[in-house]
Design a protein around this ligand. Structure first.
Ligand code: SF4
Ligand code: SF4
Length: 371
């Protein structure tokens, strides 16, 4: 049975050791980082930089604690994420959200280069085939995966599996394009966007959010450069009228997440990756959206484990016990909901964890050890 260490967000004593950063330091002592990381070893601290407007990410203070703990055992950490929008703009997003060399105490670098096409094809599985893993993540020998737990319109639940899968690969490969990147999970077939003229209110939100600026309305007609489109699906997600659709398949998507996580993790030797799930500011949507809604579930705390399946199951179990927060999207569901994430997204999110277990990434049985 896998061990999952937990520090509650509730503060009972007004002293530093009982603060969230203080508890994170105590968790590192329990986990004993020297078991996983060596002196002078480069360690990727993988997080999500957020987006302009989505500020509810893993807070820089926690990344700093991770970096300091790794430095404390003489490892060489750096903080990283893969390109979601144009690379230079994404580094500026990280900076605006408080993640920079000065704040986190280590270099902040893009895992797949400024152009997001620095990657290496890795065998995935039946659904995805091969996938473009960010070259930095492919090459680095060790990783601490820092995941902000939240809901998600496509994944239902977004945690460590999604952070490793979606966050460990590129949007595009220089030869096989979107079909070797995230788009291979997001969509099916050729992934052509479908525009419904009858529903469209010409609000232009889709055009504004496209990271590649491939959407243009000409004579009130939707057009886009299909060959350049990453199939990221953001345009469809922000459309308030349901007038844009990216074809998808929920079950396939969940299984593809697990399969891709396995591909990314296959580039590490055993016991070289640990996971930290931050159950804080649990908002209903992805950190790549242009805004972050108020949390739907109260802060639960921080989980650490070396088992990606166990930590995800533990996070889900905590979220399922929590009550919807007042004045949030969850409270708008009414009193009846006993599964906030599903009721918000209508997505079968548990499949990603079941599939990760089936693929041998870890165990859904865990022992929760609270400090
Ligand atoms: S899916 Fe939409 S937002 Fe994403 S790259 Fe294609 S057109 Fe742009
Ligand atoms: S976001 Fe939707 S409604 Fe707005 S312009 Fe685009 S397709 Fe039309």
């Amino acid at each position: 049975m896998s061990k999952v260490y937990f520090a509650s967000a509730r503060i009972k004593k007004w002293k530093y050791a009982d603060s969230m950063p203080g508890k994170l330091e105590r968790l590192f002592k329990e986990v004993n980082l020297s078991t996983y990381f060596e002196k002078d070893e480069w360690v990727a601290v993988k997080t999500h930089f957020g987006s302009e407007g989505a500020h509810r990410i893993v807070r820089p203070v926690f990344l700093r604690k991770v970096v300091d703990a790794l430095k404390g055992i003489d490892a060489k950490p750096f903080v990283t994420d893969t390109v979601r929008i144009k690379g230079l703009a994404y580094l500026e997003v990280a900076n605006q959200n408080g993640i920079n060399h000065l704040s986190v105490g280590a270099p902040v670098v893009l895992a797949d280069g400024l152009y997001g096409n620095d990657n290496i094809m890795v065998k995935a599985g039946e659904i995805i085939g091969e996938i473009a893993v960010a070259s930095l993540i492919y090459d680095v020998p060790a990783m601490v995966v820092c995941s902000h737990i939240k809901g998600h319109i496509q994944a239902g639940y977004a945690g460590a599996i999604k952070n490793v899968a979606m966050g460990g690969i590129s949007s595009s490969h220089r030869h096989c394009g979107w079909k070797c990147g995230r788009g291979a999970m997001h969509t099916i077939g050729e992934g052509k966007l479908i525009w419904d003229e009858e529903k469209c209110e010409l609000c232009l939100q889709c055009e504004e959010i496209c990271p590649l600026e491939v959407i243009k309305f000409e004579n009130e007609q939707f057009t886009y450069r299909e060959a350049d489109c990453w199939r990221c699906g953001r345009c469809a997600r922000v459309c308030p009228e349901g007038a844009l659709t990216l074809p998808g398949d929920d079950e396939r998507f969940m299984k593809a997440l697990a399969e891709t996580a396995k591909a990314v993790l296959s580039t590490f030797k055993p016991n070289k990756v640990i996971y930290i799930n931050f159950l804080t500011e649990i908002q209903p949507e992805c950190d790549c959206m242009p805004a972050a809604d108020v949390p739907v579930i109260q802060d639960q705390g921080i989980l650490i484990s070396d088992d990606i399946v166990a930590i995800e199951q533990a996070a889900i179990d905590m979220l399922l016990k929590a009550k919807p927060l007042p004045q949030s999207a969850a409270s708008e569901l009414g009193e009846k909901t006993d599964n906030i994430l599903y009721d918000l997204s209508k997505k079968p999110y548990l499949i990603q964890i079941e599939e990760a277990g089936r693929l041998g990434l870890g165990s859904r049985q865990y022992e929760l050890i609270e400090i």
